[in-house]
Design a protein. Structure first.
Length: 133
């Protein structure tokens, strides 16, 4: 694969091009979990954090409490941590149904609204890929 001289390709993937002024991937992951009605959620979150750290991510772990909006929590994490990142991975551990997350207070959060917020807040060079499980 031939690339322009001003692009550096990360050796672990062929999907991301690192801007020349960055020189390396700056990978940030946010793991948000709720312990309400989720026995073992903290342990699961810690296992996910460990795996992400082993993969080279800087990891921020936050508990999603009843009095906090998911959008506020994600916005706060991005404001504090993602001044510039090449990859931002968001893992929200909660109950839900197709396209909707249930908050610990019973509020519902549409995934497409969350993705729109991420698109608006992240640097446009950061690829936005969504996967719902």
């Amino acid at each position: 694969q031939q690339m322009a001289h001003n692009e550096l390709l990360h050796p672990h993937t062929s999907h991301y091009v690192i801007p020349p002024n960055q020189k390396h991937l700056d990978m940030l992951a946010a793991v948000i979990y709720s312990t309400k009605d989720r026995e073992g959620a903290l342990e699961e979150a810690e296992e996910i954090c460990t795996a992400l750290k082993e993969a080279g991510f800087t990891v921020v772990k936050r508990e999603w409490q009843c009095d906090t909006s998911l959008f506020f929590l994600v916005h706060k994490i991005l404001s504090e941590c993602a001044t510039y990142c090449s990859i931002f991975l968001l893992c929200v551990m909660s109950h839900g149904r197709a396209g909707v997350l249930f908050g610990p207070d019973g509020a519902t959060y549409k995934l497409n609204c969350l993705l729109k917020m991420l698109e608006e807040q992240l640097d446009p060079k950061v690829p936005l890929v969504s996967m719902k499980l």
